[in-house]
Ligand binder design. Sequence first.
Ligand code: NDP
Length: 451
Amino acid sequence: MNSIDEKLQPILAEVIRRNAGETEFHQAVHEVLESLGRVVAKHPHYLEQALVERICEPERQIIFRIPWIDDRGQVQINRGFRVQFNSALGPYKGGMRFHPSVNVGIIKFLSFEQTFKNALTGMPIGGAKGGSDFDPKGRSEAEIMRFCQSLVTELHRHVGEYTDVPAGDIGVGGREIGYMFGQFKRLTNRYEAGVITGKALAYGGSCARTESTGYGNSYFVQAMLETRGTGFDGRKVVVSGSGNVAIYTIEKVQSFGGKVIACSDSGGYVLDDAGIDLALLKEIKEARRQRISEYAKAKGASARFVETGRGSVWDIPCEVAMPSATQNELSGRDAAKLIGNGVIAVGEGANMPCTPEAIRAFREAGILFGPGKAANAGGVTTSALEMQQNASRDTWTFEKTEARLASIMRSIHDLCHATAEEYGAPGDYVLGANIAGFVRVAEAMRMLGVI
Ligand code: NDP
């Protein structure tokens, strides 16, 4: 399919040289540059003033020590990261991830993607991401709190309503956001609600923020299906993961009449032909914080649990696939299996869940493919709506917030669709999203001079 334009090849080579070993970051830059050949051919001025080179270089990267004391009185040390990638469109904005796999390359790829995603929303926000290699699994409430407090003791110097606004991501939900905001407020002696999003409703959060990434991906896929005169109704759907994004994807897809038959966690997947019982899933994952295998135990003979390593959730025949766990979780082999089983649409709930081989296979087979930077933009969209409510000391109803989310997801879909057409690749949402996001950031950067 696409290869990188020869004028852009040296830029990728320099990114790889300068960020040695950061394979996820190389992968993300590669995907964007692959889409830009048509843009620079039509508008060569984007090659001036090292604009593309500057877009591929983070504005600031912060790495710091996070010491904390566990319940046995032992000192633990984790590493904290915040990569403030681009602030041409507004204050840096992006979530924090707590997972043992976190390193600077992963945070860099996430913040690079976030820059274009945020641009696609049309909201005034730049791109950032952060996190730590801290593993919350098996940690007590008190340990989680002490860890969050230690992290913010450093992070508070670098964030602010007009500077950089973190939120949640893998391993960071409402509980962690609360502890982080509490420590920020204490250190700064300011009730600056807009410094972080994903807050609970009790202290300045927005209705629908919890639901927004999963709901948003469902709206995006629904819009893609409509371009082929169809919808979710009666279709079999597989969702990977069983965290925030996965749970609210399942909720919205079910409300659209789709039948979600499987979901997963890092331990394996569950298959329930009758359709996932969402109340039970929420009880296990949100209230009890247990493993997905408990779902199959509770359901008895009607559901099956398959351990990781003994099969892939993508082997299950379905018409719509919504990967919502983590990066590179859906391989070229998985894509071939899905295509063979008759998949018609794929919406990336997670960030970069499909490998380049998988994306190539879906595009070549003409499958409707919604890339994460467009399809999962609902989370940051509602975070920006939370910032708006905080700035105006207002609270909106769930209905009003969801209506704004739905309309912004529709406009992101339409922008990607129209851009792909304009650049001679109708129906190619990867190309549409990369070009539309790039043009918005690049235009602002041109106006701001060489900074
Ligand atoms: P959660 O921590 O709530 O859930 C993550 C889910 O993915 C869990 O079921 C987890 O299983 C599974 N998972 C994580 N890492 C792995 C792994 N290495 N292998 C297999 N399964 C894994 O995170 P979110 O739902 O918030 O995030 C999911 C994805 O969506 C991420 O890519 C995130 O960047 C992206 N995203 C999130 C947004 C948000 O608003 N939260 C916004 C936009 C994108 P286990 O519990 O076993 O680890």
